[in-house]
Design a protein around this ligand. Structure first.
Ligand code: ADP
Ligand code: MG
Length: 311
């Protein structure tokens, strides 16, 4: 558990982070979302003490971070930033193994860990282990960057706009992958974004920041349904109605006749999940099953029509 207790950062120019308190449960993703300049990066960097707080403390599983030697803290906290920051002259394996190597892990343990992570990130180790960053696509580099941050099994992974540089389709895939990897490893993640949609999609909890203050902290549903300030309501405004409509309808409402390929969706699934399944697998439609029997299909067009309130 990460406890952030009345954390404040004052620069000459003003207050960047203003008395923020929040608790992050182990094994969850917390997304910090806000407009540019709202203090997200500063908040994140005070957690691993890349910035020293003006006042306030952070506890990690009960231990005060300001009384921990920095090298111990850096081992316990992974940090992944936009543009991934891979070492260009290191192979993929050496990049991922950077921290375990610094920690003096035996070579066979590092290799096993590297291969395990590559497999989790859908990068075949025999194909990717010895490549250099320039021999990877943007999305692959991003995955290697996250694998590197996770390699030493940190207590906490901090990610600052990690998907900012990716195009929308790769970005959606990267988000879904991160979600399933986080579930598989039980990692605790705090991720910063300016994109409310990303926050809603990824977060177990969403923390909304405005002008240095934490203005709301809750589950995605709470944030969408019960925005506590005008600012939060403005931030969810664009996606509120479509997603609300989708999560209130099921596949059975729009099932139609016709063929479709690939993994089937259950007729009782809500349309928001159905949409994310279609996007995840890159399909325009999917077969629909009831009690294991195919009864028709659902199309992205029909889901979109629902989201826009046209149907
Ligand atoms: P965000 O990540 O939400 O865009 P930041 O945490 O980077 O916001 O910045 C919050 C505020 O603090 C901004 O007004 C920014 O200009 C200011 N700030 C950030 N870093 C520094 C610094 N090193 N010195 C002075 N002001 C800073
Ligand atoms: Mg920032």
């Amino acid at each position: 558990m990460i406890e952030i207790d009345q954390l404040t950062k004052v620069y000459d120019g003003g207050v960047a982070v203003d008395n923020v308190s929040m608790t992050v449960e182990t094994g969850t993703i917390t997304v910090i979302v806000g407009t540019s300049g709202s203090g997200k990066t500063t908040l994140l960097r005070m957690i691993n003490r890349l910035e020293e707080p003006t006042s306030g403390v952070v506890r990690m599983n009960g231990d005060l971070t300001n009384s921990m030697p920095k090298h111990i803290l850096r081992r316990r906290v992974g940090y992944a930033i936009q543009g991934h920051g891979l070492f260009p002259h290191y192979t993929v394996a050496r990049n991922i193994g950077t921290v375990p190597t610094l920690l003096g892990w035996p070579a066979d343990k590092i290799r096993a860990r590297v291969d395990e992570l590559l497999e989790l990130f859908s990068l075949d180790p025999t194909q990717f282990r010895d490549r250099f960053p320039t021999e990877l696509s943007g999305g692959q580099q991003q995955r290697v960057g996250v694998a590197r941050a996770l390699a030493s099994r940190p207590d906490l992974l901090l990610m600052d706009e990690p998907f900012g540089a990716l195009d929308p389709i790769i970005r959606a895939k990267a988000q879904t992958d991160l979600r399933s990897i986080q579930r598989a490893l039980g990692s605790t993640i705090m991720l910063v974004t300016h994109d409310m949609e990303e926050a809603i999609h990824l977060g177990d909890r969403v923390a909304v920041m405005d002008a240095g203050r934490l203005v709301q902290y809750g589950t995605p549903t709470e944030i969408i349904r019960y925005p506590e300030t005008d600012f939060v309501s403005e931030m969810v405004g664009g996606l509120d109605r479509p997603l609300r409509l989708l999560s209130l309808s099921t596949v059975s409402d729009i099932v139609e006749d016709g063929p479709a390929e690939g993994e089937a969706l259950d007729v009782g699934m809500n349309l928001r999940d159905a949409l994310s399944q279609c996007l995840w697998t890159g399909r325009d439609d999917a077969p629909v099953i009831r009690d294991g029997t195919v009864i028709g299909r659902v199309t992205i067009d029909a889901i979109r029509a629902r989201a826009e309130g046209r149907q």
